[in-house]
Design a binder for this molecule. Structure first.
Ligand code: ACO
Length: 441
């Protein structure tokens, strides 16, 4: 799907925004999206005025016109290609939503079968890639392995490194990536635990196959519990895209240089790794574990999170866009409650999380700053319940986010967007004369 020129034209409003500075006034175009969001077009600002805009962290910068995902942070709305995430989580599954995000429509039966078939066909890695894989230390972080292995995988598909992939090649490349990230993630878990690698079983569906590669043994097949499979589907599905977040913007920035799909997605993996982004799901559990171990009270943690002298933040809380609630956190919290009940699990960390949430939501500091649980607050508790170890949490997020990254790569290239190259305000020394080393103090 590409946004048509006529739709862009339709989005252009007849009114103009006026900017005045030092007796000079200029008019700027204003665009309105399909959900009535307004944006001032500053693409000609520097040419007209010599000025740039300053927005570190890009909190007010629209970097693209996109038709993949819509987020309304004030109302807590998230839609993929127009469908509410709550509705998709209830009625759909990850593979179907991946197709929706990649190709702009829910698949019909034939399209779904073809897509699922390709995902199963592409599961295995080229046998030579095992040499790359064996080069990693046993305890290598799965995110490092995933990003490196994605670039290594690219070497075996030179025909897919073009940025002008036709529909067939994009389907091939995207299903290869979506399928293999799961295999690579499972392999890193097996290796880190000293277990033999389990080959994929192409008769199993996406999530079941992943669980099989994670937990089967050569002498004992893992029996996939439908409750666990459903929970994993929902976990991946809610992570499938989130418009211009840090990792998607990274993918877009890399692809704007016309880098191939594999390396652009590998860059997304690296951006996701950080604790302020996808890495937060690991940090939440580490925080809950330390509260449990050190018998800290929820009040003490909240006080610490508010203390500007400490660098501590309440992990899994706050979001750049959501200023009311994060619908993904609600879906995952509900899923956590269901899974814990059905599987008869009790976890003291869940009780701690709930009491932290309750206290934080009543605290003036959090209310004032509109800080609510984000997607990462409950996602780790869900992963724990289905047996995924802590060091795999962020790589699980990465698997789920792949459809979004690939859709952004494609969209940017379809729109033939210019290379991303922000400007800056230079604040350094104006000019210095070179001093030979002998004369320097
Ligand atoms: N705990 C305590 N205070 C917080 C928290 C938090 N989790 N989050 C934000 N604040 C405070 C800030 O200190 C700041 O206070 P101030 O106005 O007094 O200076 C205010 O709230 C605004 O915070 P910013 O850092 O400006 O918000 P920003 O939009 O830049 O950051 C972020 C958003 C990174 C998510 C932040 O809320 C955070 O660090 N949260 C914890 C990490 C986390 O959960 N990340 C996962 C996000 S979801 C995702 O990426 C998938």
């Amino acid at each position: 799907m590409t946004i048509a020129a006529k739709d862009i034209q339709k989005a252009l409003l007849p009114e103009k925004a006026v900017l005045s500075f030092r007796k000079k006034k200029i008019e700027l175009d204003v665009y309105q999206g399909t959900q009535k969001e307004l944006a001032i077009d500053i693409t000609k600002l520097r040419a007209k005025t010599g000025m740039i805009t300053l927005d570190p962290g890009y909190g007010n910068t629209g970097s693209a016109m996109s038709d993949i995902t819509f987020v309304n942070g004030e109302k807590g709305i998230l839609k993929f290609r127009g469908y509410r995430v709550e509705e998709l989580a209830e009625h759909s599954r990850f593979v179907e939503v991946a197709y929706l995000i990649l190709f702009g429509k829910l698949p019909n039966r034939d399209e779904y079968q073809k897509f699922s078939h390709l995902l199963e066909e592409h599961t295995a890695l080229h046998s030579s890639l095992e040499h790359h894989f064996n080069g990693f230390p046993d305890n290598a972080p799965p995110m490092a392995i995933l990003s490196a292995m994605l670039n290594a995988t690219a070497c075996y598909h030179p025909e897919l490194l073009d940025t002008e992939l036709d529909a067939q090649n994009f389907l091939t490349a995207s299903t290869k990536i979506l399928s293999k990230v799961r295999t690579i993630a499972a392999m890193s878990y097996r290796r880190s635990n000293g277990f033999p690698i389990i080959y994929p079983n192409h008769q199993l569906k996406y999530c079941a196959n992943f669980l099989h590669m994670m937990f089967s043994q050569p002498y004992r097949e893992y029996e996939v519990d439908p409750v666990v499979e459903r929970a994993l589907n929902i976990f991946f599905l809610v992570h499938a895209d989130h418009e211009q977040n840090c990792s998607a913007s990274t993918v877009r920035m890399v692809s704007s240089s016309r880098a191939n799909l594999f390396s652009s997605v590998a860059a997304g993996v690296c951006a996701l790794w950080g604790p302020l982004h996808g890495g937060a799901n690991t940090e939440v559990i580490k925080m809950l574990q330390s509260i449990y171990k050190e018998k800290k009270s929820a009040d003490a943690i909240i006080t610490m999170a508010k203390d500007k002298k400490s660098k501590f933040r309440l992990m899994g809380f706050g979001h750049r866009v959501y200023k009311n609630f994060d619908p993904r956190a609600r879906i995952l919290k509900k899923q956590v409650d269901e899974v814990y009940k059905i599987l008869k699990i009790s976890d003291p960390l869940l009780d701690i999380a709930k009491s932290l949430e309750e206290k934080a939501l009543q605290d003036e500091y959090f209310i004032e700053r509109k800080l609510y649980p984000n997607v990462d607050f409950y996602s780790g508790l869900l992963l724990r319940a289905i047996g995924i170890p802590l060091n795999m949490f962020t790589v699980m997020f990465a698997i789920g986010r792949c459809p979004g990254w690939m859709a952004h790569w494609k969209e940017l290239l379809d729109h033939n967007q210019r290379i991303v190259r922000p400007r800056q305000i230079y604040m350094g020394v104006v000019e210095r004369k070179f001093i030979p080393i002998e004369e320097r103090e």
